[in-house]
Design a protein around this ligand. Structure first.
Ligand SMILES: CCCCCCC/C=C/C(=O)SCCNC(=O)CCNC(=O)[C@H](O)C(C)(C)COP(=O)(O)OP(=O)(O)OC[C@H]1O[C@@H](n2cnc3c(N)ncnc32)[C@H](O)[C@@H]1OP(=O)(O)O
Ligand SMILES: NC(=O)C1=CN([C@@H]2O[C@H](COP(=O)(O)OP(=O)(O)OC[C@H]3O[C@@H](n4cnc5c(N)ncnc54)[C@H](OP(=O)(O)O)[C@@H]3O)[C@@H](O)[C@H]2O)C=CC1
Length: 295
């Protein structure tokens, strides 16, 4: 069964939690981006979504409108010069200043590091790093800095210390994580929060379509929970962090919905240690009553 099924929107938050806000979600037509667009809309935000293919964008817009929300779609390849300006222009024209930007569009391929060509590395970094920065700068300059508020989300990877087959992509996400941390130091003065979310491994259509069943099974085995995450795990976190209930001080650099696997990424997680039945039980020393008033 395909795993990229629409999730019930809401994220468990109040239906007016984002009322009056405008959100822009890149790659909002599928997977994590779609779940995020739906959750933000279910909280009352007016949503702009972009991606290269118009069809998935239109489906999400229909879903949002069927729930009584507002959604505008912009079909664009955000790696192309000028397209970021166009996307942000459409958002401003449709709904006014953007309050929440979710830099979700991204992707890569798996390959041994030594086989990744400069062009292959560039293709991945152009999207994950360059287009993300261009979008963030454009939204900040045209909306968030003038209005002295906003929340910008970035998507990183977990684990953070590298993933076999992802040398190009994991290094791109490390750059984005550092960007989020640096911007939070610079742009707090404008009331802009920059937050990086590291999803772990999430069952999406993108994962189904671009990676082998073997890859997915290996990644699944490495999750202590025993299953991959769901898009709404990530969208629910983003929706909460975009809400007024989000902790603001001190701004945490990275939020993760992920496992923290102690072994090599992609290898099975260790099983729980079991007591050796032949080893003697440790005997506890007798309990003494501690009276804090007596020394
Ligand atoms: C513990 C384990 C954790 C696992 C974590 C898993 C976490 C991540 C999951 C996800 O991110 S799921 C998201 C799913 N979606 C995707 O990944 C998107 C799929 N990929 C793409 O859409 C494309 O590959 C791309 C990355 C956007 C590149 O597209 P583009 O149209 O720019 O590519 P091309 O013009 O065809 O090629 C450019 C350049 O790249 C080289 N290349 C492309 N594919 C491959 C490949 N499979 N292997 C090696 N090289 C590839 C291609 O040859 C070109 O290079 P040059 O010829 O110019 O040198
Ligand atoms: N699923 C997972 O396990 C994890 C995912 N991530 C990251 O989370 C994000 C969402 O992933 P997921 O939902 O799984 O994957 P999807 O492939 O479903 O989502 C990627 C979205 O980005 C859009 N997109 C890709 N390239 C461009 C472009 N050049 N311009 C505009 N839009 C673009 C795609 O639409 P279109 O093709 O129509 O352009 C698509 O809607 C990605 O950045 C991914 O790398 C991070 C960690 C784990």
């Amino acid at each position: 069964m395909r795993t990229d099924q629409p999730a019930p929107p809401g994220g468990g938050l109040r239906p007016d939690v984002h009322t009056g806000k405008v959100a822009l979600v890149t790659g909002g037509g599928t997977g994590i981006g779609r779940a995020t667009a739906l959750d933000l809309a279910a909280g009352g935000a007016r949503v702009v979504i972009c991606g290269r293919r118009p069809e998935p964008l239109a489906e999400v817009a229909d879903q949002i409108e069927a729930l009584g929300g507002s959604c505008v779609t912009v079909s664009a390849d955000i790696r192309e010069e000028g397209s970021v300006t166009t996307v942000v222009g459409h958002a401003l024209e449709a709904f006014g200043p953007v309050d929440v930007l979710v830099n979700n569009a991204g992707g890569q391929f798996t390959a041994p590091a030594e086989e990744i060509s400069p062009g292959g590395r560039r293709a991945v970094h152009r999207l994950a790093v360059d287009a993300t920065w261009a979008m963030t700068r454009e939204v900040a300059r045209r909306a968030m800095i003038p209005q002295r508020s906003g929340a910008v989300f970035f998507i990183a990877f977990s684990p953070r210390r590298g993933i076999p087959g992802f040398a190009h992509a994991a290094s791109a996400r490390a750059a984005v994580e550092n960007l989020a941390a640096g911007l939070s130091l610079e742009w707090s003065r404008y009331g802009i929060r920059t937050v990086c979310v590291a999803p772990g491994t999430i069952a999406t259509g993108g994962l189904d379509d671009h990676y082998t069943a073997e890859d997915r099974e290996r990644w699944e085995r490495s999750v202590p929970l025993g299953r991959l995450g769901r898009p709404e795990d990530v969208s629910g976190l983003i929706s909460f962090l975009a809400s007024p209930r989000a902790p603001t001080s001190p701004a945490p650099p990275l939020w993760s919905t992920a496992e923290r696997t102690p072994g090599v990424p992609g290898t099975p997680c260790p099983t729980s240690p079991r007591r050796n039945p032949t080893s003697p039980r440790r005997t506890r020393p007798p309990r003494t009553t501690h009276d804090p008033l007596r020394h």
